[in-house]
Write a protein that binds this ligand. Structure first.
Ligand code: SF4
Length: 306
C-alpha cells in the first residue's frame, strides 16, 4: 500500500509508465546572486545554484540531456523523461532566450515535458504568457522555492521576497492552470516547531499541485557553513525530521503530489547532519514510521471531515 502519493505514482496513474527526470543547467543566474536583490543568495544555496547533479552549464541543452540519459542508461534505457531546469532561477532571462532553451529540451525525442525551478518574483507577465503557451501544448510544471512562511526566518535565510509574492504568483499560475510545486525546508534556523506544517498548509491553500520537502543540511562553501562554524546552526535529529515530515503528509490531501521527502545534497560537500547522507535510510524511516502508526497521506484532514 502506498502511504503517500509520490511523483512515481502520479506518472504511472497519468501516463501509465515510469518517467524519470533529467536535471539541466540552463545557464541562468539569480537576482539574489547577481546583485539585483543581493550578492549573497539564500543561505543554503550551493555554488551551482542548488543543482549539484545537473548537466554541465557550458554544454548545449540537447547535449546535457544526452549525457544525463547516459548516466541512467542501465536502469532506464528507453523510457520518457521530464527535462528539469534546476540550477539558479530558470525564468530569469528574456523571453526569447527562455523559449529557446525550453524548446531545445522539448525537441529531444525522449523528453515528454519540462519542469522549471524558479522564484515567485521572477514570473512577470511576459514569462507567464510563455509558460501558458507551452502549458497548452506540453506537459509542464513550475517549482517555487518558498521554504517557509515565517517571515523572520525568510529574512534570516535571505530569501529576498515576501510571502505575499508567493501567494500572488500561485494565484496567477493557478488562473492559467499551470501546475506548480512548492519547496519547503524542515529544520531552518530559528523556525518554530509548527512552521514546516504551517508552510505546507499554506501552500496547499494556495493551490500547490506538488510539494518538495527538504531537510536542512549544511554544504561546504555556503553561508550555512559560516553560520555552522559560528555555532548558529543546530542539526535536527533524524526522528525529529521524520515526525515533522509525516505530520505534513498527514495534512496534505491525497491528490497533492509528493515530489520529495528528503534532501539530496552532494555527499562530498556535506558537513552535516551526517544521517542525511543516507537518503535510503531517511526514506525507509519515514515509511516505517507511517506503517507502524498506520498513517497515510491526508488522514488528519479526513478526521476533520475535509
Ligand atoms: S533563489 Fe535559488 S538560486 Fe537564488 S539564491 Fe536562492 S536558492 Fe540560490
Amino acid at each position: 500500500m502506498n502511504r503517500f502519493y509520490s511523483l512515481n505514482d502520479y506518472f504511472k496513474e497519468t501516463f501509465g509508465e515510469k518517467i524519470y527526470k533529467v536535471s539541466l543547467d540552463g545557464g541562468f543566474t539569480c537576482p539574489n546572486r547577481d546583485g539585483t536583490l543581493s550578492y549573497k543568495g539564500c543561505v543554503f544555496c550551493s555554488e551551482r545554484g542548488s543543482g549539484d547533479f545537473a548537466g554541465k552549464r557550458e554544454k548545449p541543452i540537447y547535449d546535457q540531456i544526452e549525457e544525463q540519459l547516459k548516466l541512467i542508461e542501465k536502469k532506464f534505457p528507453t523510457g520518457k523523461v521530464v527535462a528539469y531546469f534546476q540550477n539558479f532561477t530558470n525564468t530569469y532571462g528574456d523571453k526569447e532566450y527562455l523559449k529557446k532553451v525550453y524548446m531545445e529540451a522539448l525537441s529531444h525525442p525522449r523528453v515528454m515535458g519540462i519542469a522549471i525551478a524558479t522564484r515567485p518574483d521572477c514570473i512577470d507577465d511576459d514569462v507567464l504568457e510563455l509558460l501558458d503557451e507551452l502549458n497548452k501544448k506540453y506537459f509542464l510544471w513550475v517549482e517555487l522555492g518558498l521554504q517557509t512562511i515565517n517571515e523572520q526566518v525568510a529574512t534570516f535565510i535571505n530569501r529576498q521576497y515576501l510571502l505575499e509574492t508567493y501567494k500572488e504568483t500561485a494565484k496567477r499560475l493557478s488562473n492559467k492552470n499551470i501546475k506548480f510545486v512548492t519547496h519547503i525546508i524542515v529544520g531552518l534556523p530559528h523556525e518554530k516547531e509548527t512552521d514546516p506544517l504551517n508552510t505546507a498548509l499554506y501552500a496547499q491553500e494556495c493551490g500547490t499541485w506538488g510539494i518538495k520537502i527538504h531537510l536542512l543540511h549544511v554544504l561546504k562553501n555556503t553561508q550555512l557553513e559560516e553560520l555552522y562554524k559560528k555555532n548558529e546552526i543546530k542539526f535536527q535529529k533524524k526522528m525529529e525530521y521524520v515526525k515533522k515530515v509525516v505530520k505534513i503528509l498527514q495534512n496534505m490531501s491525497y491528490n497533492i503530489v509528493i515530489h520529495r521527502i528528503t534532501g539530496d545534497g552532494n555527499k562530498k560537500e556535506l558537513i552535516g547532519p551526517e544521517w542525511s547522507a543516507n537518503k535510503r535510510d531517511v526514506l525507509n524511516s519515514i515509511t516505517k514510521y507511517m506503517k507502524e502508526n498506520n498513517i497515510v497521506q491526508g488522514d488528519e484532514l479526513q478526521k476533520m471531515g475535509e
